[in-house]
Design a protein around this ligand. Structure first.
Ligand code: AMP
Length: 560
């Protein structure tokens, strides 16, 4: 027998309508190059309606992609809401990836429209736009300024504001299937080929609701949320949608994530909760400790959900001294991204908590996890036995987007179906789980390095280095770093035939990689250690590198 409750679709429209009916007075503060713009949610929804109407005039159909290449800003938030409300799919492009990766993503999603920040047009134009692109909207143009000339482009280019002004017709939003796609985000593949994750309306709304869980992030209408993590990363880790649904005001800084700018914005907008990778907060703490930023600037701040990489005790203690709680989170693009949050469980003593808070956390209500050993069995919850972390739940991916496969479902090797037919995402993270259910990430079973929240493919670096005539064997591993969490370190065995000068590998890589992806150190060994199958033993190399991890002299910059 079926239950007799309403079948109420969980769609982005529901978020918009709640903002309008309950939170019209809440605000979005956007800081762009020193200029502050404050918009109420009421005004924002008027603009969302206009954008929706303009998209309808463009005959945007359900399932059409709209790609964004934007920093965090009000227009990005408007796009997050209007495009899905009209049935479209917002694909947020990572502004830090190589043009070839942008070309690849655009070729897969074939968007009808691209919305790009003025400062990112150069990046966009280095990529090849597919012929599906009819319109490019540019955000951040000055009023009355001419649109930049774009030679050789078929698409029409106009400013975001002109597009909005092209209609004042109030728009009603269509009824949509809650399982239809509403957003897309690509994540780094170990082979350099990126993999698309396709969020649904239902997964987006449920994830936003999960962020309001008191035993989790506890996002609420009493908050002012500053999303520092780029909105192109798993939809800003869900904080923009979570803030809209809960009625939290928002503060966004366009591009600039330096401690001074963020501290000013925190003070100015009365930010209570802010989210970013550890690097951002390590830099902030350093400025506070050195006296360059007075702690009173952060007086309104209460919570810092930090994820993307492990959080140190020093970071937690440093902010605790300022009365700010660090909430350690674990997430993944494929998990929308929040899966685990380290919150204090009942019965956990002060002494236990001082250690447990450093773990990545327990699974959010609604999300399941298990840790599987290489024999396919669950590891005991002893805090010691390790295995791969696997996740399932309503906001966990079921497949990767592959336009060439039936139902667009690809990437089967990253998912596992258990005896009961339940689907699990294989995260590639190696973890332990203890008797309280706290998960600790201990290693990563994927050839990727995460530096300051951005991925570097070790395989891409290895394949480029292996083309150097001096190289016989090469392996690139992650090395711990105090600021960036991880940096790449290259181990090289030179070819016997090489009799030239000591190779300058960094210069060799420079034309092919952005500077921040190039290792600072290259260690030459006579031979690289191998496992039983003859494969290079990266685990051994990682141990070696940890032993000599101390000194990294050159700090990478983030310029691509
Ligand atoms: P992304 O898909 O880019 O969001 O990256 C997800 C990956 O980042 C995870 O699979 C982990 O390897 C890593 N990660 C995320 N959060 C944490 C954390 N709190 N501690 C350690 N690693 C993390």
């Amino acid at each position: 027998m079926q239950g007799l409750m309403q079948s109420y679709p969980l769609t982005v429209r529901m978020i918009i309508e709640r903002m309008e009916s309950h939170f019209a007075h809440k605000r979005v503060t956007t800081l762009r190059g020193g200029e502050k713009r404050i918009t109420s949610y009421g005004q924002l929804i008027d603009r969302v309606r206009k954008l929706s109407a303009a998209l309808r005039n463009q005959r945007l159909k359900p399932g059409d992609f709209v790609s964004t290449l934007m920093w965090n800003c009000q227009e990005h938030l408007e796009t997050y809401l209007a495009v899905p409300a009209m049935g479209g799919v917002v694909h947020t492009i990572n502004a830090r990836v190589q043009p070839a990766a942008i070309t690849f993503m655009l070729a897969e999603t074939r968007p009808r429209m691209i919305i790009a920040d003025l400062t990112l047009l150069d990046t966009l134009l280095k990529a090849t736009l597919p012929d599906s692109v009819e319109t490019v909207l540019v955000v951040g143009t000055q009023e009355d300024a001419p649109m930049p000339a774009v030679p050789g482009q078929k698409a029409s280019w106009l400013s975001f504001e002109d597009f909005l002004a092209s209609t004042d017709i109030a728009c009603s939003w269509p009824d949509l299937d809650e399982n239809s796609a509403c957003g897309a985000c690509y994540t780094s593949g170990t082979t350099g080929k990126m993999k698309g994750v396709l969020y649904s309306h239902r997964s987006t709304v449920l994830h936003a609701m999960a962020m309001m869980n008191v035993d989790g992030i506890a996002l609420s209408e009493h908050d002012v949320c500053m999303t520092v993590v780029p909105m192109f990363h798993a939809h800003g880790w869900g904080f923009p949608h979570g803030s809209c649904l809960s009625g939290a005001s928002q503060a966004l800084s366009v591009r600039q994530a330096d401690p001074e700018t963020l501290a000013d914005l925190i003070e100015d907008a009365g930010v209570t909760i802010a989210t970013a990778v550890p690097t951002v907060w390590i830099n902030m703490l350093e400025k506070i400790r050195s006296g360059e930023i007075p702690p009173k600037k952060l007086a309104s701040l209460r919570r810092l959900p930090i994820g993307g990489a492990a959080v140190s005790a020093d970071l937690m203690n440093g902010f605790a001294d300022l009365g700010i709680t660090v909430q350690h989170c674990w997430g993944m693009t494929e998990v929308s991204p929040l899966g685990l949050v380290s919150t204090r469980r009942s019965g956990v003593s002060d002494t236990e908590w001082s250690q447990l808070r450093l773990r990545q956390g327990i699974s959010l209500a609604g999300c399941e996890m298990r840790v599987m050993n290489d024999k396919g069995a669950r590891v005991p919850s002893d805090g010691f036995s390790g295995g791969e972390l696997q996740m399932r739940g309503p906001w966990v991916a079921d497949s990767y987007f592959d336009p060439d496969k039936p139902g667009h479902r690809g990437g089967d090797d990253k998912f596992e179906t258990d005896m009961e037919g339940r689907r699990w995402l294989k995260t590639g993270d190696i973890a332990t789980i203890d008797e309280h259910g706290y998960v600790k990430i201990v290693d990563r079973d994927k050839d990727l390095i995460k530096s300051g929240g951005e991925w570097i493919s070790s395989l891409d670096l290895e394949s480029a280095l292996s083309e150097h005539p001096a190289v016989h064997e090469v392996a690139v591993v992650a090395i711990p770093d105090a600021v960036w969490q991880e940096r790449p370190l290259a181990y090289v065995a030179l070819s016997n035939n090489w009799c030239g000068p000591s190779p300058d590998f960094a210069s060799y890589l420079e034309p092919r990689f952005p500077r921040w992806q190039i290792p600072e150190r290259f260690i030459v060994l006579g031979e690289l250690p191998k496992g039983a199958t003859g494969k290079i033993n990266k685990m051994r190399l990682r141990q070696l590198s940890c032993a000599s991890a101390e000194s990294i002299s050159r700090s990478p910059d983030r310029k691509t």
